[in-house]
Design a binder for this molecule. Structure first.
Ligand SMILES: *[C@@H]1O[C@H](CO)[C@@H](O)[C@H](O)[C@H]1NC(C)=O
Ligand SMILES: *[C@@H]1O[C@H](CO)[C@@H](O)[C@H](O)[C@H]1NC(C)=O
Ligand SMILES: *[C@@H]1O[C@H](CO)[C@@H](O)[C@H](O)[C@H]1NC(C)=O
Ligand SMILES: *[C@@H]1O[C@H](CO)[C@@H](O)[C@H](O)[C@H]1NC(C)=O
Ligand SMILES: *[C@@H]1O[C@H](CO)[C@@H](O)[C@H](O)[C@H]1NC(C)=O
Ligand SMILES: *[C@@H]1O[C@H](CO)[C@@H](O)[C@H](O)[C@H]1NC(C)=O
Ligand SMILES: *[C@@H]1O[C@H](CO)[C@@H](O)[C@H](O)[C@H]1NC(C)=O
Ligand SMILES: *[C@@H]1O[C@H](CO)[C@@H](O)[C@H](O)[C@H]1NC(C)=O
Ligand SMILES: *[C@@H]1O[C@H](CO)[C@@H](O)[C@H](O)[C@H]1NC(C)=O
Ligand SMILES: *[C@@H]1O[C@H](CO)[C@@H](O)[C@H](O)[C@H]1NC(C)=O
Ligand SMILES: *[C@@H]1O[C@H](CO)[C@@H](O)[C@H](O)[C@H]1NC(C)=O
Length: 632
């Protein structure tokens, strides 16, 4: 299908007659072609472009790798190309014997190019396609050289659970990148018994109006925990619209995925312009351990951006740039070991399409071996260990949790796949594991300054001030003032304290007012008050109301929080105590019958024993005593 569409757009070049015939083999070639497809004018793309170019230079000037073979890189800008334009770019690479392609940058593009990569057996190394559903099962030629959003969303879910929120609203771009990540978030939240109560998809090229409309909808909703998973180029606009709608104040929680930290890292002047819009926002950043390699690369970066004609303005290095740099190294290492294993680089025509495409588009014969080599790389790069687990993910995924404060940011903790949220960077989780703590109790973060300049954790629910208050009935009675005491409008007592303590345990605030019944002189009948709940006059009752069967039919009761003291009371006959009190259990008649049976048994025993037993002979007195002893 894809190939067929291409036919219309393919540029036909003259095929050299040799490559048109079967294979084109070269052992240990002098040059290996690799391609890169990125979007130069995006925030991630412009960093990646430079990082990839530097990496190629570094690889080619390093004598220890590839033993003389040079990498030649051809970069293509997707620009604002549509589907066919991008496919065309990819196929142009395959006309020129390209062994691997770095990119593409976006998840949606990665998905469509992966279909082509599968057919042409060209490995794709995507350094920024984070869509968690790009699985190596469906796309064996797509190697993700960054962190899948599955891990980022696990981190977000852990954050939500850590702060004991139960429901969130997800704002995301309605394409592969956003939709699939939010689906993963939903799954991860479900594992924590939390959920996404409302999803707000935004057009990938959302306009200001669309953002405003969506946010107006959100502003009238609970909960007020918002997860924002969108693109860097217009992400800040969401916050400025939210600010206009007064949604950046206290009570709200905004968790931005790593797009916000990418903006901070790339162009710190942008967030500075929007400082007041993003106060108190939490964001994540892919964690790359500090290392000498990374420090050295970062210090080169400033010089390089200035030198390479970015009009003198240097820009920062975001984590995507680091991963792009490492992708090239990863590929170089893989090509090295692939060539060393007597792998030839050879291409062949696809007989199924060669007639139509003039034999220009070739299949990389050893593509599967190269993918295998990539997945087997075990090295260290600027982003830390470069090694894949059996699922095809880079090992040790970790994120920094960042809080935007003032004009800067502050790292409030880390999340790692192995130990969850912690104060320490993921290199030192051993201490915790050795100290034998259970993994859940060690979860902690430094305190966060939330929107509205407060350090108190927002509850995530805010009832509007003009909202209806719960009407809680309180019987104003004479007896038991320990339970409910009413003095004027002041209501206190044990039951009221239990009620207030229970409200404080709720994850959201509940406004209420007490409605007094009775005048404090006569006791109102509880059933009368319960009836008011049935009629809707009251929303609840607080007081010492005993749970009885008939009352449970009128209203739902809480669990009893104090012994009800219900007992069975029966009238008793007052008896005078006397020395013969022990005889009372039986009536005199019963005592008499007992005695007669007693003597009867003695007589029978005497009759039976008298003839044979010496003890039952002699004077009658002695015999009588023996019989009595025996019966006793
Ligand atoms: C590099 O290549 C040369 C000749 O092509 C060979 O003699 C040498 O052993 C190779 N070195 C390594 C480390 O593969
Ligand atoms: C492929 O090679 C041809 C000839 O060397 C060149 O004109 C063309 O630009 C190359 N295309 C790509 C995508 O590298
Ligand atoms: C606002 O929410 C309602 C449902 O709650 C939905 O029908 C409507 O389409 C939403 N509007 C926008 C602009 O998202
Ligand atoms: C940065 O550039 C200056 C001169 O342009 C040079 O002296 C310095 O060594 C460079 N630093 C790095 C880390 O490359
Ligand atoms: C540098 O500035 C000029 C003019 O302002 C502009 O045309 C050019 O695109 C800029 N170059 C880069 C790399 O931003
Ligand atoms: C590699 O190429 C040589 C010829 O250059 C050929 O003899 C050999 O069989 C090829 N090896 C593989 C694994 O294709
Ligand atoms: C060509 O198509 C046939 C049948 O559709 C398929 O079995 C074969 O693997 C294809 N060849 C290539 C090189 O893709
Ligand atoms: C990867 O490399 C590290 C050190 O470089 C080594 O300890 C480890 O055993 C290697 N793992 C594999 C699977 O080769
Ligand atoms: C993340 O942790 C899970 C469970 O602990 C493990 O199965 C998985 O392999 C880990 N993933 C990576 C990329 O380390
Ligand atoms: C946990 O600590 C106890 C003693 O404090 C020790 O006996 C046990 O082996 C420890 N378990 C682990 C997994 O370290
Ligand atoms: C208990 O004793 C009092 C006086 O000591 C007597 O008046 C009363 O009748 C007695 N009650 C019974 C049940 O014997």
């Amino acid at each position: 299908m894809i190939i067929a569409l291409l036919l219309l757009f393919m540029v036909f070049h003259n095929a050299s007659s040799s490559s048109a015939l079967g294979t084109n083999v070269a052992a240990r070639p002098d040059v290996v072609n690799i391609g890169a497809i990125i979007t130069f004018d995006s925030m991630i793309g412009k960093i990646a472009k430079l990082a990839i170019a530097i990496a190629i230079e570094d690889v080619n000037s390093d004598p220890e790798i590839l033993n003389g073979t040079k990498l030649t890189l051809k970069m293509q800008n997707t620009g604002s190309n549509d589907f066919l334009g991008i496919v065309d770019l990819a196929l142009q690479f395959m006309e020129n014997d390209t062994v691997a392609i770095i990119g593409p940058q976006f998840s949606a593009t990665a998905r469509m190019l992966s279909h082509i990569a599968n057919d042409l057996k060209v490995p794709l190394l995507s350094f920024s396609a984070t869509d968690p559903t790009l699985s190596p099962v469906q796309f064996p030629f797509l190697v993700r050289t960054t962190r899948s959003d599955l891990f980022q969303m696990t981190a977000v879910a852990d954050l939500v659970a850590f702060y004991e929120w139960r429901e969130v609203i997800a704002i995301y771009v309605d394409d592969d990148f956003g939709r699939n990540a939010i689906a993963a978030l939903g799954d991860k939240l479900a594992e924590k018994r939390c959920r996404i109560s409302y999803k707000v998809p935004l057009n990938p090229k959302a306009t200001k109006d669309e953002i405003t409309k969506a946010l107006i909808n959100v502003s009238s909703m609970e909960p007020r925990i918002l997860i924002v998973h969108i693109y860097t180029n217009w992400g800040l606009r969401v916050f400025s619209e939210a600010q206009n709608l007064m949604m950046m104040g206290s009570g709200y929680v905004w968790i931005a995925t790593d797009w916000l930290s990418t903006i901070f890292d790339t162009d710190p002047s942008l967030p500075l312009l929007a400082t007041k819009d993003i106060q108190g926002v939490l964001t994540l950043r892919m964690y790359t351990p500090e290392s000498e390699l990374k420090t050295r690369f970062k210090s080169r970066w400033g010089n390089l951006t200035r030198v390479r004609g970015y009009n003198g303005s240097s820009f920062g290095l975001n984590t995507h740039g680091l991963y792009a740099y490492d992708s090239v190294w990863l590929l170089a290492l893989a090509i090295d070991s692939f060539l060393a294993r007597a792998g030839n680089v050879s291409f062949s025509n696809n007989p199924n399409v060669s007639d139509l495409l003039g034999g220009k588009v070739c299949i990389f014969n050893e593509g599967s071996q190269l993918v295998q080599s990539i997945l087997e790389v075990n090295a260290t790069g600027v982003t830390g260990p470069l090694k894949f687990n059996p699922d095809g993910d880079l090992i040790n995924p970790a994120f920094e949790v960042i809080n935007v404060i003032g004009t800067g940011t502050r790292t409030v903790g880390y999340w790692s796949n192995s130990s969850g949220l912690s104060l320490d960077s993921p290199e030192k989780p051993q201490r915790k594991q050795q100290s034998n703590g259970s993994s859940t109790s060690t979860q902690q973060l430094y305190s966060v300054i939330w929107p509205g300049q407060t350090t108190q954790k927002p509850r995530g629910w805010v009832f509007p001030d003009n909202g209806r208050k719960l009407r809680i009935g309180v019987p104003d009675r004479v007896n038991y003032p320990e339970f409910v005491r009413v003095k004027g409008t002041d209501v206190s007592g044990f039951c009221v304290e239990v009620f207030q303590a229970a409200l404080n345990e709720l994850p959201y605030g509940v406004p209420y007012k007490f409605v007094l019944f009775g005048d404090g002189k006569i006791n109102t009948e509880p059933s009368e008050l319960l009836h008011k709940i049935q009629t809707g006059e009251l929303d609840g009752l607080v007081g010492d109301i005993t749970i009885t069967t008939s009352r449970t039919k009128m209203a739902d009761f809480t669990q009893p929080y104090i012994e009800s003291g219900l007992v069975v009371v029966a009238p008793i006959r007052k008896l005078n105590s006397s020395a013969w009190a022990f005889l009372r259990p039986f009536t005199p008649m019963m005592w008499g019958i007992t005695c007669i049976f007693f003597l009867g048994v003695g007589a029978v025993v005497w009759i039976l024993e008298h003839r044979t037993n010496e003890d039952f002979r002699g004077p009658p007195r002695k015999q009588f005593v023996t019989v009595v002893w025996l019966v006793l």
